[in-house]
Design a protein around this ligand. Sequence first.
Ligand code: SAM
Ligand code: MG
Length: 215
Amino acid sequence: TRTSRPQRILKAVQRKATVGDPQSVITAIDHFCRHREWAMNVGDEKGSILDSVVSEVSPVTVLELGTYCGYSTVRIARLLPPGACVITLEFNPDYAAIARQVIQWSGLEDKVQLVEGASGDWIPWMKEHFGVQAFDLVFLDHWKERYLPDTKLLEECGLIQKGTVLLADNVICPGTPDYLEYVRNSPRYNSHYYRSHLEYTKAEDGLEKSVFLGY
Ligand code: SAM
Ligand code: MG
């Protein structure tokens, strides 16, 4: 039977990357996706922008919406200070199973809480279930029509506080016009576009970083 793309990405990791070495996992996935099969990871080019935002924020609690194979989870988790963690949500159980193995191969499982389920169902339970007060950083990279409703839900649930940084991927390609219009025009956010390219291509795409200024 034919394997899935995520299974082939995991195979590439197992063949090329060193257990316990997150950078080798990132390099193996980027190499596979650039030279063999395109996949929807944030990728190396936008990944370096993600890295600088994570380093600058130095977050204790991170929420990632959309895990896929765990590529960006590994990128984020490898930069977290001791005691910090990333909660990552994925509603496709096949992708979640692959991501668990990729995160394990990286040796970062102690910094990652992978949650299977839909963002809209889980966000209201974050405080109760994980004991988080609010997130320092939220990486939005799930289905694009969910960016805006989930941001409003995070606000309503008190999970966004003064200084919380939202970082949204794919704001140009495939694009998230309603979300961009919201964060760019709301007086409660200071928003900035980082121009880059769609993962593993030359097409324009970018990340939008929006800092919550308080109510
Ligand atoms: N962040 C990943 C990376 O850069 O390596 C890529 C994530 S991929 C672009 C988007 C993922 O979000 C898919 O695996 C999809 O199944 C998942 N997803 C989409 N909508 C979701 C939702 N509402 N809740 C949870 N997961 C969702
Ligand atoms: Mg993306």
